[in-house]
Design a protein around this ligand. Structure first.
Ligand code: ACO
Length: 401
C-alpha cells in the first residue's frame, strides 16, 4: 500500500474533506444559512418573510439582481418571463421518444439539456446580454417543460402556456387542464404552490448547485449546466427526498406503526433513514419546514382533504423531536418532510415532486451560474484527490503475468 504522506510530500498544503463538509468552493452574495440557529436569508431577507409576503417572481428577481424590484421592474421582469414560456414545437418530439412510464426526472434531464440545440445564441456565455436571455429562457420554460413531462406520462395532450396567468397559475393550468375541462386553480392552491417555489428557490452550495457551478466552470453552456443540476437533484439524499418522504409516510400508514420505523432509523444495521429528516447544514429546525407545515395545514383545510398521512407526519415529528437519538444527532424535519403532503393534496403524483423542486431551484442555479461567470477570478473547478492505489511499479507484459 502506498505511503500517502510520502506521495504528496511535494504538493504543498493539501486538505482532505470528503463531502466538502468544511470547504467553501466559492464566495457568493445570494444566500446565507446559519444551520445552528435555523436561519436562511436570500440577499439578506429572511425566508419566512419572503414566503409569507413576496411572490416567486419577486424572489427570482431578487436572486438574479441582488435587490427587490420596484413595481415597474417587477412588471417588466414578469412580462419578460411570460413572453419566454413557449418551447419550440419540435421539442415535443423529444417527449415522444421516451417510454410512457419514464420517470419525469429522466425526461427533464434530457429535454432541458436539449434546449442548447435550440438556442445557439444563448450558448455564447461571454456575452452578459446572452447570459441574461438564457437565464430568462430557463426560468420561463421550466414550468412548460415540467407540465409537458407530466402530460406525457398521463397520456394527455400537451397544454400550451397562457400569457394572462401568473407564473404559478399558468403552470398549474398546463399541468391539470384537459381538453374537456379547463383547470381553474383555487387561489389558496396557487398561493401554496408559489410558496413552495420560493422555499426551494436557492440554498447555497448544495450538491446540485455545486454541480451546476462545476459544470459551468468549464465554460459549458447554461442549458447543459442546468441539466447536470437536474441529474444531481434526482438522488434520494437530495431532491428525491420529497418523493421518498411521502412514500415512507404512506408505508408507515398509521400512527401506531411509527415506533417501528423510529426503531429502524436508529438501528445501525438497518440502512433505513427517516426521509425528510436531517440536513448537512441545519442542525436545528429547517426554517423552510416551519412554513411548509403551516402551508400543508392551510391547503388541506381549504381543499377539504383529510389525509391521514399528515397526522402520521405530525406525530412522527413529535416523537422524533423528543427521542434522544434524534436530539443528540440534531436531526430535525427538513423542507421535504411536509412538501409531499401538500403536493399530493394538490393532485401531483409522487414522481412529479422532484420535478417541481427542479423547476423552483432553476432560478437559484441560474443566479449562481451567472454570479460565477461574472466573477473575473473564476477558475475551472478541479478538486484534487488522495491517491490510495498501488505505489509505482513496472509494467509486466501479458505473456509474463
Ligand atoms: N434518519 C436516521 N438517522 C440519520 C438521518 C435520518 N434521516 N440522517 C442522518 N442520520 C444519522 C446518520 O446515520 C449519522 O449517524 P452516525 O453519526 O451514528 O453515523 C448521523 O445522523 C449524521 O448523518 P450523516 O449522513 O453523516 O449526515 P450528512 O450531513 O452527511 O447527511 C442528509 C445529511 C443526507 C440530508 C441525511 O440527514 C439524510 O440522509 N437524510 C434523509 C434524506 C433527506 O431527507 N434528504 C433531504 C435533504 S434536504 C434537501 O436536499 C432539500
Amino acid at each position: 500500500v502506498v505511503d500517502v504522506r510520502k506521495l504528496y510530500a511535494n504538493t504543498g498544503m493539501f486538505t482532505y474533506d470528503p463531502g466538502f463538509t468544511s470547504t467553501a468552493s466559492c464566495d457568493s452574495g445570494l444566500t446565507y444559512i446559519d444551520g445552528d440557529a435555523g436561519i436562511l436569508l436570500h440577499r439578506g431577507y429572511p425566508i419566512d418573510q419572503l414566503a409569507e409576503q413576496s411572490s416567486f417572481m419577486e424572489v427570482s428577481y431578487l436572486l438574479l439582481n441582488g435587490e427587490l424590484p420596484s413595481k415597474t421592474e417587477l412588471e417588466d421582469f414578469t412580462r419578460t418571463i411570460t413572453l419566454h414560456t413557449m418551447v419550440h414545437e419540435q421539442l415535443t418530439t423529444f417527449y415522444r421518444g421516451f417510454r410512457r412510464d419514464a420517470h419525469p426526472m429522466a425526461i427533464m434531464c434530457g429535454v432541458v439539456g436539449a434546449l442548447s440545440a435550440f438556442y445557439h445564441d444563448s450558448t455564447d456565455i461571454s456575452d452578459p446580454e446572452q447570459r441574461k436571455i438564457a437565464s430568462h429562457r430557463l426560468i420561463a420554460k421550466m414550468p412548460t417543460i415540467a407540465a409537458m413531462a407530466y402530460k406525457y406520462s398521463a397520456g394527455q395532450p400537451f397544454v400550451y402556456p397562457r400569457n394572462d396567468l401568473s407564473y404559478t397559475a399558468n403552470f398549474l393550468r398546463m399541468t391539470f387542464s384537459v381538453p374537456a375541462e379547463e383547470y381553474e386553480p383555487d387561489p389558496v392552491v396557487v398561493d401554496a404552490m408559489d410558496k413552495i417555489f420560493i422555499l426551494h428557490a436557492d440554498h447555497e452550495q448544495n450538491a446540485s448547485t455545486s454541480t451546476v457551478r462545476l459544470a459551468g466552470s468549464s465554460g459549458a453552456n447554461p442549458f447543459a449546466c442546468i441539466a447536470a443540476g437536474i441529474a444531481c437533484l434526482w438522488g434520494p439524499a437530495h431532491g428525491g427526498a420529497n418523493e421518498a418522504a411521502l412514500n415512507m409516510l404512506r408505508e408507515i400508514g398509521t400512527v401506531d406503526r411509527i415506533p417501528e420505523y423510529i426503531a429502524r432509523a436508529k438501528n445501525k444495521d438497518d440502512p433505513f433513514r427517516l426521509m425528510g429528516f436531517g440536513h448537512r447544514v441545519y442542525k436545528n429546525y429547517d426554517p423552510r419546514a416551519t412554513v411548509m407545515q403551516k402551508t400543508a395545514k392551510d391547503v388541506l383545510a381549504k381543499l377539504g382533504v383529510s389525509d391521514p398521512i399528515f397526522d402520521v407526519a405530525k406525530e412522527l415529528e413529535q416523537i422524533a423531536l423528543n427521542d434522544p437519538y434524534f436530539i443528540e444527532k440534531k436531526l430535525y424535519p427538513n423542507v421535504d418532510f411536509y412538501s409531499g403532503v401538500i403536493l399530493s393534496a394538490i393532485g401531483f403524483p409522487t414522481e412529479m415532486f422532484t420535478v417541481l423542486f427542479a423547476l423552483a431551484r432553476t432560478v437559484g442555479w441560474v443566479a449562481q451560474w451567472n454570479e460565477m461567470i461574472s466573477d473575473p477570478a473564476q477558475k475551472i473547478g478541479r478538486p484534487r484527490q488522495l491517491y490510495t492505489g498501488p505505489a509505482e511499479r513496472d509494467y509486466v507484459p501479458v505473456s509474463q503475468r
